[in-house]
Structures are given as structure tokens and as C-alpha cells.
Design a protein. Structure first.
Length: 320
């Protein structure tokens, strides 16, 4: 990885976190930023599966829901704190991802996609009907925000919107950094090789099945952590937030942002959350405008927003 890019990332993220925490943005923009981050984190996990591994998972929202309900049940019913529960939320979702991958990854093309969609539907049905554990359609209200701490001389209480938005930005930056380290590693290069030609990769000695299962487990674990952040922001875990349409939305975020590009999920989440809100002035027409914008983007920029940005950067004239 470019050392200058790493240095810039390490300098920019704390500065952005501090700026957001100090209330540098209006409350409405802080809300949009925090909500976009709750979509960006699971999308980063899906990008590892879809963008780099070529695994189209239509039930990714199920992993988000498993992480969310792990946090919700332990926090509401057993009094656990956010920081103690967050690793468990990622672990539960990651274990489910590894199990699903081990069972379904021998399937091909649309059979595999149908299997992941079925997993999402079954998970949503369990969350919606196991009332003794999940409270059913009502959900789990009263999920606490993270416990506060001090950072660079600033006190973060997380009950304030600026503090939580800053936390969401920091959590997204951590997920992005982990994804970047993974993709730049030997495992990341193995994933790309599997996506490009699975047969050739196997002939070169790559354990294709183990690589896919590990990609599923890592992507699901990141999604589970994102689910924990999401319900901590919303203060409630409800099955409606993790239905199959949310899984389709995450696939759209990755594709719109740029599948197989590190910045793709970040750009896709910002557009997916911010554009419908910006078009809210158009009332019932806003979803129509949003759909047209997506179709045009896919028609004229199939590489996504990150691909457009990279193309513009390459075309930047050199300074004499």
C-alpha cells in the first residue's frame, strides 16, 4: 500500500472524527452521515465477498441482523455493555457466514444466489417469530449507546448526536482499514485469482473452497459489527430492518459504489442514503428520480462511482 496514502488516511480520520464530534455539521447532516456509516460497514464486508471474491450474497442483511440481535439481546436482557458485546456480535455473524459458506459454496451461479437469499428469508422469519428471544415484530427497544471515553482531549458521551456520528465515522474507518489490509495481503490476491478463474487458481494449488469460506466468514463478521453499530444508533432492533430487501440494497450499494474497489462501499452508501433524502422535496417522485439516477449510473458508469473517480484522477493534467 502507498505509504503516503496510509499517512494521509491516519491523519485525516482523527481530524474528521474530532470535527464531527465538535458539532461542525448541522444535526440533519450528522444524522445522514451516521446512517450512511451504518450501511457502509456491512457493505465493506459484502465487497470482500462480491467485489473481490465474486460471491453474490443476496442474504447479507441476515448477518447484519444476527450481529444486531446479539448486541440487543445481551444488552437489553442481560445488561452487557456495548464494547463487551461488539466482538461477540461480529463472532456470531462470522460463524454463521462460515457455516453458510461451507454448506452453499459448492453450488454454482443462480443456485448459490438462491441459497443465500433463502438464508436471509429464514433468518428474518426466525427474528420475526421467535418472540421469547427477539420480541417478534415489536423488536428490542432500549438498546444503549456505547459507553463514553476520552479521545485526544475530547470527551465522547455518545448520547449526543455529534459524538455518535463521530463514532460511526471512526468505526467505518476501522472497517475500511481492515478491508484494505486484507485485500493487499496474499489472501486478497488469492481471492481475486479465484474470482477471475477458479479452475486455474485450483490448478495452481489454491484451496478454493477454504478461501471462499474464509471470505464469507470475514465479510459476515464485518456485517455483524455493522449491525451492532446500526441498532446502537437506532436504539431498537426490529426484524423489518433486516428483511431481504435490505440485502438487495447492500448489493446495490456495492455495485453503485464500485464492486472490487476499496472506496466503493463508502461512496455507494453515501449516495444511497443521501440522494433519496436530498430528493425528499419531490415527495412521492423522489424514488422515481432515485431509480432513474441509478439506471443512468449503471448504463454510463458500470464501474461505479469509485471507477469514475479513478478515471477522472488518471486524466488529471500533469503540472509542468
Amino acid at each position: 500500500m502507498n505509504p503516503l496514502a496510509v499517512l494521509g488516511f491516519c491523519a485525516a480520520v482523527p481530524a474528521l472524527v474530532c470535527y464531527v464530534a465538535q458539532g461542525g455539521l448541522p444535526p440533519y447532516l450528522l444524522h445522514i452521515l451516521a446512517l450512511a456509516c451504518t450501511y457502509a460497514i456491512p457493505a465493506i464486508g459484502l465487497n470482500i465477498m462480491l467485489g473481490y471474491g465474486g460471491l453474490v450474497c443476496l442474504g447479507h442483511a441476515a448477518f447484519v441482523g444476527l450481529g444486531a440481535y446479539t448486541l440487543g439481546i445481551l444488552a437489553v436482557d442481560h445488561g452487557w455493555g456495548f464494547w463487551a458485546t461488539l466482538p461477540l456480535a461480529a463472532l456470531v455473524a462470522g460463524a454463521a457466514g462460515a457455516l453458510l459458506g461451507a454448506v452453499t459454496l459448492r453450488l454454482r451461479t443462480h443456485f448459490f444466489m438462491i441459497a443465500t437469499l433463502a438464508f436471509g428469508l429464514v433468518t428474518h422469519a426466525v427474528l420475526n417469530n421467535w418472540e421469547e428471544l427477539t420480541r417478534g415484530p415489536v423488536g428490542l427497544p432500549g438498546i444503549p449507546r456505547p459507553d463514553g471515553f476520552a479521545f485526544f482531549g475530547l470527551d465522547f458521551a455518545f448520547r449526543r448526536l455529534p459524538d455518535f456520528a463521530a463514532f460511526a465515522v471512526g468505526a467505518t474507518a476501522v472497517a475500511f482499514a481492515l478491508s484494505a489490509l486484507l485485500i493487499r495481503s496474499d489472501f486478497g490476491r488469492m481471492l481475486v485469482a479465484i474470482r477471475q478463474d477458479e479452475t486455474l487458481a485450483a490448478a495452481k494449488g489454491v484451496n478454493v473452497t477454504a478461501g471462499k469460506v474464509l471470505a464469507f466468514a470475514i465479510g459476515a463478521a464485518i456485517a455483524g459489527a455493522g449491525g451492532a453499530v446500526k441498532v446502537s444508533f437506532l436504539r431498537v432492533a426490529a426484524p423489518a430492518s433486516f428483511e431481504y430487501l435490505e440485502g438487495i440494497n447492500l448489493v446495490l450499494i456495492v455495485i453503485i459504489g464500485g464492486a472490487g474497489r476499496l472506496s466503493g462501499p463508502l461512496l455507494g452508501a453515501l449516495l444511497f442514503v443521501a440522494l433519496p433524502e436530498y430528493l425528499r422535496v419531490a415527495a412521492e417522485w423522489r424514488l422515481v428520480f432515485f431509480g432513474v439516477a441509478l439506471v443512468l449510473l449503471m448504463r454510463f458508469a458500470p464501474e461505479g462511482l469509485a471507477g469514475i473517480a479513478a478515471r477522472l484522477f488518471r486524466r488529471r493534467p500533469a503540472v509542468a
